[in-house]
Design a protein around this ligand. Structure first.
Ligand SMILES: Cc1cc2nc3c(=O)[nH]c(=O)nc-3n(C[C@H](O)[C@H](O)[C@H](O)COP(=O)(O)OP(=O)(O)OC[C@H]3O[C@@H](n4cnc5c(N)ncnc54)[C@H](O)[C@@H]3O)c2cc1C
Ligand code: SF4
Length: 342
Protein backbone atom coordinates (compact mmCIF):
# COMPACT_ATOMS: atom_id res chain seq x y z
CA UNK A 1 0.00 0.00 0.00
CA UNK A 2 1.53 3.29 -1.12
CA UNK A 3 0.09 5.62 1.45
CA UNK A 4 1.75 4.35 4.60
CA UNK A 5 4.39 6.36 6.32
CA UNK A 6 6.86 5.49 9.02
CA UNK A 7 8.75 8.30 10.65
CA UNK A 8 10.65 8.42 13.95
CA UNK A 9 9.75 11.96 15.06
CA UNK A 10 12.60 12.37 17.52
CA UNK A 11 15.15 11.99 14.74
CA UNK A 12 13.78 14.87 12.73
CA UNK A 13 15.95 17.97 12.43
CA UNK A 14 14.81 20.88 14.58
CA UNK A 15 14.81 23.51 11.82
CA UNK A 16 11.61 24.85 10.39
CA UNK A 17 10.35 23.53 7.09
CA UNK A 18 12.73 20.61 6.75
CA UNK A 19 11.23 17.98 4.53
CA UNK A 20 10.76 14.55 6.01
CA UNK A 21 10.54 11.51 3.82
CA UNK A 22 9.57 7.97 4.46
CA UNK A 23 9.13 4.74 2.61
CA UNK A 24 7.37 1.57 3.66
CA UNK A 25 6.53 -1.59 1.86
CA UNK A 26 8.52 -0.60 -1.20
CA UNK A 27 5.94 1.99 -2.32
CA UNK A 28 6.73 5.43 -3.67
CA UNK A 29 8.20 7.92 -1.22
CA UNK A 30 5.83 10.43 0.36
CA UNK A 31 6.97 13.67 1.85
CA UNK A 32 5.59 16.08 4.41
CA UNK A 33 6.79 19.27 6.01
CA UNK A 34 7.44 19.59 9.73
CA UNK A 35 7.46 22.97 11.45
CA UNK A 36 7.94 23.71 15.13
CA UNK A 37 5.73 26.39 16.66
CA UNK A 38 6.91 28.39 19.67
CA UNK A 39 3.73 30.40 20.18
CA UNK A 40 0.05 29.51 20.10
CA UNK A 41 -0.46 32.15 17.40
CA UNK A 42 2.20 30.56 15.18
CA UNK A 43 0.63 27.15 15.70
CA UNK A 44 -2.81 28.50 14.78
CA UNK A 45 -1.37 30.10 11.64
CA UNK A 46 0.08 26.72 10.66
CA UNK A 47 -3.25 24.98 11.29
CA UNK A 48 -5.08 27.60 9.21
CA UNK A 49 -2.58 26.92 6.42
CA UNK A 50 -3.55 23.23 6.52
CA UNK A 51 -1.03 21.68 8.92
CA UNK A 52 -1.99 19.08 11.50
CA UNK A 53 -0.73 19.37 15.10
CA UNK A 54 1.56 16.77 16.57
CA UNK A 55 2.13 16.53 20.33
CA UNK A 56 3.41 13.26 21.85
CA UNK A 57 2.98 11.54 18.49
CA UNK A 58 1.77 8.28 20.08
CA UNK A 59 -1.47 8.30 18.05
CA UNK A 60 -0.58 10.35 15.01
CA UNK A 61 2.49 8.31 14.06
CA UNK A 62 0.37 5.16 14.16
CA UNK A 63 -2.13 6.78 11.79
CA UNK A 64 0.70 7.57 9.37
CA UNK A 65 1.92 3.97 9.51
CA UNK A 66 -1.57 2.51 9.18
CA UNK A 67 -2.48 4.74 6.22
CA UNK A 68 -5.25 6.46 8.18
CA UNK A 69 -3.68 9.90 7.65
CA UNK A 70 -1.27 11.30 5.09
CA UNK A 71 -0.81 14.97 6.06
CA UNK A 72 1.23 17.26 3.82
CA UNK A 73 2.24 19.41 6.82
CA UNK A 74 2.70 18.79 10.53
CA UNK A 75 3.24 21.43 13.19
CA UNK A 76 5.03 20.29 16.34
CA UNK A 77 3.31 22.00 19.30
CA UNK A 78 5.49 20.61 22.09
CA UNK A 79 7.20 23.96 22.73
CA UNK A 80 4.00 25.86 23.41
CA UNK A 81 3.51 27.00 27.02
CA UNK A 82 0.56 24.69 27.54
CA UNK A 83 2.01 22.22 30.03
CA UNK A 84 1.07 23.80 33.36
CA UNK A 85 -1.20 22.60 36.16
CA UNK A 86 -2.80 25.62 37.84
CA UNK A 87 -5.11 25.66 40.87
CA UNK A 88 -7.71 28.44 41.03
CA UNK A 89 -10.36 28.82 43.76
CA UNK A 90 -13.13 27.09 41.83
CA UNK A 91 -11.29 24.99 39.23
CA UNK A 92 -8.03 23.35 38.24
CA UNK A 93 -6.63 24.18 34.82
CA UNK A 94 -4.63 21.43 33.11
CA UNK A 95 -2.62 22.52 30.08
CA UNK A 96 -3.34 20.51 26.94
CA UNK A 97 0.34 19.56 26.67
CA UNK A 98 0.57 18.10 30.18
CA UNK A 99 1.87 14.55 29.85
CA UNK A 100 -0.52 11.92 31.15
CA UNK A 101 2.16 10.65 33.56
CA UNK A 102 2.76 14.12 35.09
CA UNK A 103 -0.93 14.62 35.84
CA UNK A 104 -1.24 11.07 37.18
CA UNK A 105 1.70 11.62 39.56
CA UNK A 106 0.45 14.93 40.98
CA UNK A 107 -0.28 14.36 44.71
CA UNK A 108 -2.83 17.18 45.10
CA UNK A 109 -4.76 16.03 42.05
CA UNK A 110 -4.72 12.48 43.40
CA UNK A 111 -6.23 13.70 46.69
CA UNK A 112 -8.87 15.95 45.18
CA UNK A 113 -9.71 14.10 41.95
CA UNK A 114 -9.09 10.35 42.40
CA UNK A 115 -11.23 9.56 39.35
CA UNK A 116 -9.06 11.71 37.10
CA UNK A 117 -5.77 10.22 38.23
CA UNK A 118 -7.12 6.66 38.14
CA UNK A 119 -8.38 7.12 34.57
CA UNK A 120 -4.88 8.14 33.50
CA UNK A 121 -3.05 5.42 35.41
CA UNK A 122 -5.28 2.75 33.86
CA UNK A 123 -4.62 3.98 30.32
CA UNK A 124 -1.93 2.73 27.92
CA UNK A 125 1.51 1.94 29.40
CA UNK A 126 4.00 3.96 31.50
CA UNK A 127 6.16 4.62 28.43
CA UNK A 128 3.20 5.88 26.40
CA UNK A 129 1.94 8.02 29.27
CA UNK A 130 5.34 9.71 29.48
CA UNK A 131 4.92 10.93 25.90
CA UNK A 132 1.16 11.22 25.49
CA UNK A 133 -0.57 14.52 26.22
CA UNK A 134 -4.03 15.26 27.59
CA UNK A 135 -5.08 17.06 24.40
CA UNK A 136 -3.89 14.18 22.24
CA UNK A 137 -5.72 11.70 24.43
CA UNK A 138 -9.06 13.42 23.79
CA UNK A 139 -8.26 13.54 20.06
CA UNK A 140 -7.47 9.83 19.71
CA UNK A 141 -9.71 7.86 17.38
CA UNK A 142 -11.75 4.72 17.68
CA UNK A 143 -10.17 1.30 18.06
CA UNK A 144 -12.83 -0.24 15.81
CA UNK A 145 -10.92 -3.12 14.19
CA UNK A 146 -12.18 -2.20 10.70
CA UNK A 147 -10.97 1.38 11.12
CA UNK A 148 -7.52 0.37 12.37
CA UNK A 149 -6.82 -2.53 9.99
CA UNK A 150 -5.57 -1.54 6.58
CA UNK A 151 -7.77 -4.16 4.90
CA UNK A 152 -9.65 -2.04 2.38
CA UNK A 153 -12.99 -3.12 3.92
CA UNK A 154 -15.62 -0.35 3.92
CA UNK A 155 -15.34 2.10 6.81
CA UNK A 156 -17.12 5.47 6.79
CA UNK A 157 -14.56 6.91 9.17
CA UNK A 158 -11.64 6.01 6.91
CA UNK A 159 -13.34 6.61 3.59
CA UNK A 160 -16.55 8.65 3.98
CA UNK A 161 -19.45 7.08 2.10
CA UNK A 162 -17.79 3.67 1.74
CA UNK A 163 -20.07 1.96 4.29
CA UNK A 164 -19.68 0.43 7.72
CA UNK A 165 -18.26 -3.08 7.90
CA UNK A 166 -18.89 -3.34 11.62
CA UNK A 167 -22.65 -2.69 11.38
CA UNK A 168 -23.31 -6.24 10.17
CA UNK A 169 -19.90 -7.64 11.01
CA UNK A 170 -18.08 -8.11 14.30
CA UNK A 171 -20.03 -6.00 16.79
CA UNK A 172 -18.55 -7.47 19.97
CA UNK A 173 -16.86 -4.21 20.94
CA UNK A 174 -19.36 -1.88 19.25
CA UNK A 175 -21.56 0.79 20.81
CA UNK A 176 -24.84 0.09 22.59
CA UNK A 177 -25.94 3.72 22.75
CA UNK A 178 -26.12 6.55 20.21
CA UNK A 179 -24.85 4.59 17.20
CA UNK A 180 -26.14 5.09 13.67
CA UNK A 181 -26.29 2.79 10.67
CA UNK A 182 -23.26 4.69 9.35
CA UNK A 183 -21.02 3.93 12.35
CA UNK A 184 -21.27 1.81 15.50
CA UNK A 185 -17.83 2.61 16.91
CA UNK A 186 -16.97 3.57 20.50
CA UNK A 187 -14.44 6.11 21.74
CA UNK A 188 -11.46 4.64 23.62
CA UNK A 189 -10.32 7.53 25.85
CA UNK A 190 -10.38 6.77 29.58
CA UNK A 191 -9.64 10.40 30.43
CA UNK A 192 -12.71 11.61 28.50
CA UNK A 193 -14.95 9.45 30.68
CA UNK A 194 -13.52 10.86 33.92
CA UNK A 195 -13.78 14.42 32.58
CA UNK A 196 -17.44 13.90 31.66
CA UNK A 197 -18.26 12.77 35.21
CA UNK A 198 -16.36 15.77 36.59
CA UNK A 199 -18.24 18.24 34.34
CA UNK A 200 -14.92 19.46 32.96
CA UNK A 201 -14.62 21.96 30.12
CA UNK A 202 -12.32 21.64 27.10
CA UNK A 203 -10.83 25.06 26.30
CA UNK A 204 -9.93 25.57 22.64
CA UNK A 205 -8.38 28.43 20.66
CA UNK A 206 -8.92 29.21 17.00
CA UNK A 207 -8.50 32.18 14.65
CA UNK A 208 -11.65 33.75 16.13
CA UNK A 209 -10.56 33.41 19.76
CA UNK A 210 -11.42 31.01 22.57
CA UNK A 211 -14.30 28.54 22.84
CA UNK A 212 -15.27 26.42 25.82
CA UNK A 213 -16.76 23.01 25.09
CA UNK A 214 -18.25 20.85 27.88
CA UNK A 215 -16.43 17.53 28.09
CA UNK A 216 -19.84 15.85 27.84
CA UNK A 217 -20.35 17.17 24.31
CA UNK A 218 -16.76 17.33 22.98
CA UNK A 219 -17.12 13.95 21.24
CA UNK A 220 -19.93 13.75 18.67
CA UNK A 221 -22.40 10.98 18.03
CA UNK A 222 -21.72 9.52 14.56
CA UNK A 223 -25.07 10.40 12.92
CA UNK A 224 -24.56 10.54 9.16
CA UNK A 225 -21.13 12.20 9.52
CA UNK A 226 -19.02 9.55 11.28
CA UNK A 227 -15.78 10.95 9.88
CA UNK A 228 -16.18 13.89 12.30
CA UNK A 229 -14.99 12.54 15.61
CA UNK A 230 -15.42 15.60 17.83
CA UNK A 231 -16.34 19.28 17.91
CA UNK A 232 -12.81 20.62 17.36
CA UNK A 233 -12.35 22.39 14.02
CA UNK A 234 -9.24 21.74 11.96
CA UNK A 235 -7.98 25.31 12.59
CA UNK A 236 -8.36 25.05 16.38
CA UNK A 237 -6.06 23.86 19.19
CA UNK A 238 -7.04 22.46 22.56
CA UNK A 239 -5.23 24.73 25.01
CA UNK A 240 -6.47 23.43 28.38
CA UNK A 241 -8.96 21.38 30.35
CA UNK A 242 -10.70 23.01 33.28
CA UNK A 243 -12.03 20.81 36.07
CA UNK A 244 -14.43 22.39 38.61
CA UNK A 245 -13.40 21.95 42.24
CA UNK A 246 -15.66 20.75 45.06
CA UNK A 247 -17.44 17.48 45.79
CA UNK A 248 -14.93 15.36 43.86
CA UNK A 249 -13.05 13.70 46.71
CA UNK A 250 -15.32 10.63 46.66
CA UNK A 251 -14.80 9.53 43.12
CA UNK A 252 -13.61 6.43 41.32
CA UNK A 253 -12.73 5.13 37.84
CA UNK A 254 -13.50 1.49 37.12
CA UNK A 255 -12.09 -0.01 33.93
CA UNK A 256 -13.26 -3.43 32.76
CA UNK A 257 -10.84 -4.92 30.22
CA UNK A 258 -9.70 -8.22 28.85
CA UNK A 259 -6.36 -8.13 30.65
CA UNK A 260 -5.31 -6.24 33.71
CA UNK A 261 -2.98 -3.69 32.13
CA UNK A 262 -2.09 -2.12 28.78
CA UNK A 263 -5.53 -2.72 27.34
CA UNK A 264 -8.44 -0.58 26.22
CA UNK A 265 -11.72 -0.72 28.15
CA UNK A 266 -14.50 -3.09 27.17
CA UNK A 267 -16.63 -0.90 29.41
CA UNK A 268 -15.65 1.69 32.01
CA UNK A 269 -17.42 3.83 34.61
CA UNK A 270 -16.43 7.07 36.32
CA UNK A 271 -18.38 8.08 39.41
CA UNK A 272 -18.30 11.27 41.50
CA UNK A 273 -20.51 10.78 44.53
CA UNK A 274 -22.04 12.88 47.33
CA UNK A 275 -24.12 11.07 49.97
CA UNK A 276 -25.45 11.56 53.51
CA UNK A 277 -25.10 8.10 55.03
CA UNK A 278 -28.26 6.42 53.73
CA UNK A 279 -28.96 8.28 50.52
CA UNK A 280 -26.91 9.24 47.50
CA UNK A 281 -27.73 12.91 47.27
CA UNK A 282 -25.99 13.20 43.90
CA UNK A 283 -23.92 10.84 41.79
CA UNK A 284 -22.38 12.01 38.53
CA UNK A 285 -21.63 8.95 36.43
CA UNK A 286 -20.10 8.60 32.97
CA UNK A 287 -19.71 5.37 31.02
CA UNK A 288 -16.99 4.52 28.51
CA UNK A 289 -16.89 1.82 25.84
CA UNK A 290 -20.63 2.13 25.18
CA UNK A 291 -20.92 5.02 22.70
CA UNK A 292 -19.04 7.34 20.36
CA UNK A 293 -18.13 9.39 23.44
CA UNK A 294 -18.72 9.22 27.20
CA UNK A 295 -22.33 8.50 28.18
CA UNK A 296 -23.33 10.71 31.12
CA UNK A 297 -25.92 9.83 33.78
CA UNK A 298 -26.96 11.56 36.99
CA UNK A 299 -28.55 10.04 40.10
CA UNK A 300 -30.26 12.28 42.64
CA UNK A 301 -31.78 11.22 45.98
CA UNK A 302 -31.27 7.48 45.60
CA UNK A 303 -31.41 5.33 48.79
CA UNK A 304 -28.28 3.22 48.97
CA UNK A 305 -30.25 -0.03 49.17
CA UNK A 306 -32.04 0.79 45.87
CA UNK A 307 -28.89 1.67 43.91
CA UNK A 308 -28.64 -1.53 41.85
CA UNK A 309 -32.26 -1.36 40.69
CA UNK A 310 -32.08 2.35 39.78
CA UNK A 311 -29.04 2.18 37.50
CA UNK A 312 -30.60 1.04 34.23
CA UNK A 313 -29.56 1.78 30.66
CA UNK A 314 -33.11 2.03 29.38
CA UNK A 315 -32.04 3.67 26.12
CA UNK A 316 -29.50 0.97 25.24
CA UNK A 317 -29.78 -0.53 21.74
CA UNK A 318 -27.34 -3.45 21.77
CA UNK A 319 -26.31 -5.07 18.51
CA UNK A 320 -26.16 -8.82 17.93
CA UNK A 321 -23.10 -9.93 19.86
CA UNK A 322 -22.77 -7.09 22.35
CA UNK A 323 -25.91 -7.50 24.50
CA UNK A 324 -23.55 -8.40 27.37
CA UNK A 325 -22.40 -4.78 27.48
CA UNK A 326 -25.73 -3.53 28.85
CA UNK A 327 -25.51 -5.57 32.06
CA UNK A 328 -21.77 -5.05 32.27
CA UNK A 329 -22.10 -1.26 32.02
CA UNK A 330 -24.92 -1.11 34.58
CA UNK A 331 -22.92 -3.19 37.05
CA UNK A 332 -19.75 -1.21 36.39
CA UNK A 333 -21.64 1.99 37.21
CA UNK A 334 -22.98 0.57 40.48
CA UNK A 335 -19.58 -0.73 41.49
CA UNK A 336 -17.83 2.56 40.63
CA UNK A 337 -20.32 4.43 42.83
CA UNK A 338 -19.74 2.02 45.71
CA UNK A 339 -15.96 2.21 45.30
CA UNK A 340 -16.16 6.01 45.30
CA UNK A 341 -18.00 5.93 48.63
CA UNK A 342 -15.51 3.54 50.17
C1 LIG B 1 -0.65 0.94 22.31
C2 LIG B 1 -1.51 2.05 22.82
C3 LIG B 1 -2.36 1.81 23.89
C4 LIG B 1 -3.18 2.84 24.37
N1 LIG B 1 -4.02 2.59 25.42
C5 LIG B 1 -4.86 3.59 25.85
C6 LIG B 1 -5.79 3.36 26.90
O1 LIG B 1 -5.87 2.28 27.47
N2 LIG B 1 -6.60 4.39 27.27
C7 LIG B 1 -6.55 5.62 26.67
O2 LIG B 1 -7.28 6.52 27.05
N3 LIG B 1 -5.68 5.85 25.67
C8 LIG B 1 -4.85 4.87 25.25
N4 LIG B 1 -3.99 5.11 24.22
C9 LIG B 1 -4.05 6.38 23.53
C10 LIG B 1 -3.03 7.37 24.04
O3 LIG B 1 -3.44 7.85 25.29
C11 LIG B 1 -2.97 8.46 23.00
O4 LIG B 1 -2.20 7.90 21.93
C12 LIG B 1 -2.30 9.71 23.47
O5 LIG B 1 -2.96 10.26 24.57
C13 LIG B 1 -2.27 10.74 22.35
O6 LIG B 1 -1.58 11.87 22.79
P1 LIG B 1 -0.37 12.43 21.94
O7 LIG B 1 0.10 13.65 22.63
O8 LIG B 1 0.66 11.39 21.68
O9 LIG B 1 -1.14 12.80 20.58
P2 LIG B 1 -0.59 12.86 19.08
O10 LIG B 1 -0.34 11.48 18.58
O11 LIG B 1 0.54 13.82 19.01
O12 LIG B 1 -1.82 13.47 18.38
C14 LIG B 1 -3.03 12.75 18.27
C15 LIG B 1 -4.08 13.68 17.62
O13 LIG B 1 -4.36 14.73 18.52
C16 LIG B 1 -4.17 15.97 17.89
N5 LIG B 1 -3.71 16.87 18.95
C17 LIG B 1 -2.76 16.62 19.88
N6 LIG B 1 -2.69 17.65 20.74
C18 LIG B 1 -3.62 18.54 20.33
C19 LIG B 1 -4.04 19.82 20.83
N7 LIG B 1 -3.50 20.38 21.92
N8 LIG B 1 -5.02 20.47 20.17
C20 LIG B 1 -5.60 19.92 19.08
N9 LIG B 1 -5.24 18.73 18.57
C21 LIG B 1 -4.26 18.05 19.20
C22 LIG B 1 -3.17 15.71 16.80
O14 LIG B 1 -3.30 16.67 15.75
C23 LIG B 1 -3.60 14.34 16.34
O15 LIG B 1 -4.71 14.49 15.47
C24 LIG B 1 -3.13 4.12 23.75
C25 LIG B 1 -2.26 4.35 22.69
C26 LIG B 1 -1.46 3.34 22.22
C27 LIG B 1 -0.55 3.62 21.05
S1 SF4 C 1 -18.08 1.27 13.15
FE1 SF4 C 1 -17.34 3.23 12.37
S2 SF4 C 1 -15.14 2.98 12.47
FE2 SF4 C 1 -16.01 0.91 12.53
S3 SF4 C 1 -16.21 0.17 10.40
FE3 SF4 C 1 -18.10 1.19 10.90
S4 SF4 C 1 -17.78 3.29 10.17
FE4 SF4 C 1 -15.77 2.38 10.38
Amino acid sequence: MDERQHLPLRRLPANRFRRAESRRGGGPMRTFELTRATSVEAALDALTAGAQAIAGGTELLNWLKEGIEAPARLVDINRLPLDRIEFADDHVRLGALCRMSDVAAHPELAREFPVLVQSLLRAASPQLRNMATLGGNLMQRTRCPYFRADTGLPCNKRVPGSGCSARHGDTTSAAILGWSDDCVATHPSDLAVALAALDAVVVVRGPDGERRIPATSFHRLPGDEPARHNELRSDELITAIEVPRGGTRFSHYLKVRERVSYEFAVVSAAAVVEWDGQTITRARVALGGVAHGPYRMELVGVPLDRLAEVVRLTRARPLPGNEYKVTLAERAAVRAIKEAMS
